[in-house]
Design a protein around this ligand. Structure first.
Ligand code: HEM
Length: 344
């Protein structure tokens, strides 16, 4: 592969950009860059509330974390997360992710599943270790179970497994007030699928095919930023309108269910010239994959550092095999199920 990159076709289901649109079976979709940004930064568009549950359960965790907090609780809980992240050095995360990745590749035979062996484990092990969890490997496994049950529509068996995983995590997270411990776990859960999805998408698009040229000279962080724009692991996020509101020339009634489509907004032709072209380092109004405003991702630099550590080593030592790619079923995330590479 050279520095002339092919276009990345939109994932199936990515809508074109246009004014906010409504359909009874799916609610409102917001697809233009300016409209998505406006909704993310307008307090009328609120994160849907979640039901609580007995202490130590998944429902308790969801009701205690900053991510799903009501406006009245959000700032204080977010400050717990921001303080915890502030203590982590992204350079150290990158180096540790690269070290663990190298160790996994050294042990691998000729082939390896990037998703299972690296994308789903290395970032969590690094973060859990640096956040002081007693057993980073066990913590990583438990976080993945919680993450799989974090969003609505999960069956009872998965919820029970997730309750047990929350108990496992509470046993290894450093002692602190319950809300602090919940938010440290919440931070790991937020990191889990999105970072794995980014690593999978980047490995899929960036690693040379068998017999292909080594990947070009572009730096990994710029490559990752462009993968985040064109093939985002977080496709969309939800909001509910607290009152009637005007957005992008449309009137949305109170209590409207709204899906903010990062996948479409990141390809807005009014913002990105030749939006389907893969151009690392391109100028523009900025990708929306990390959200924006006071709810925007506080772990963006950490995510990029972790993914860079893994990808730097993969680019050097791995080739993509022709095995087909398919994604986990999920309403708003895009995470590859498996992704095979050959190793040298
Ligand atoms: C490629 C990887 C990642 C992507 C694309 C991503 C994306 C996002 C987005 C879009 C949101 C906001 C959701 C909304 O407004 O509805 C968010 C929130 C959040 N993310 Fe990330 N994230 C990633 C990795 C991480 C990592 C590595 C961490 C921690 C180290 C993290 C921690 C969080 C937290 C704690 C929140 C909730 C913030 C709050 O409640 O105010 N994320 N993320």
């Amino acid at each position: 592969m050279t520095d002339t990159w092919p276009d990345i076709a939109p994932a199936a289901g990515t809508p074109a950009c246009g004014p906010p649109s409504f359909a009874p079976e799916r609610g409102w979709w917001v697809t233009r860059h300016a409209d998505v940004r406006a909704a993310l930064t307008d307090p009328t568009f609120q994160v849907p509330v979640v039901a609580g549950g007995p202490p130590g359960t998944l429902a308790w965790l969801r009701a205690s974390v900053s991510r799903f907090s009501s406006p009245s609780r959000h700032a204080e809980r977010r400050s717990i997360v921001v303080t915890a992240l502030h203590a982590l050095d992204p350079d150290d995360l990158r180096q540790e992710a690269a070290r663990l990745t190298g160790a996994v590749l050294d042990r691998a035979g000729g082939r390896l599943d990037v998703m299972r062996e690296l994308a789903r484990s290395v970032p969590l092990r690094v973060l859990a270790g640096r956040l002081g969890l007693a057993d980073p490997v066990a913590a990583g496994t438990a976080v993945a179970v919680v993450a799989a049950a974090y969003h609505p529509g999960v069956d009872v068996a998965h919820l029970r497994r997730a309750d047990r995983a929350v108990a496992t995590l509470l046993a290894v997270v450093p002692p602190a007030a319950p809300e602090v411990r919940a938010n440290v776990i919440g931070l790991l859960v937020q990191a889990c699928d999105a970072t794995a999805g980014l690593i999978g998408a980047a490995a899929h698009h960036l690693l040379p095919r068998p017999g292909g040229d080594p990947s070009g000279a572009a730096r990994t962080p710029e490559l990752l930023a462009e993968v985040l724009r064109l093939d985002p692991p977080v496709r969309a996020t939800r909001r509910v309108t607290a009152s009637a509101v005007r957005l992008g020339g449309r009137e949305l009634p109170a209590d409207s269910q709204v899906l903010l489509r990062f996948d479409a907004a990141n390809r807005d032709p009014g913002v990105f010239a030749e939006p389907a072209a893969f151009r690392p380092g391109r100028a523009g109004a900025g990708l929306l994959t990390f959200g924006a405003g006071e709810r925007g991702c506080p772990g963006d630099r950490h995510a990029l550092a972790l993914a860079t550590g893994v990808l730097d080593v993969l680019r050097d030592r791995c080739r993509r095999t022709p095995a087909p790619l398919c994604h986990e079923p999920h309403p708003t995330l895009a995470v590859a199920k498996t992704l095979e590479v050959s190793v040298r």
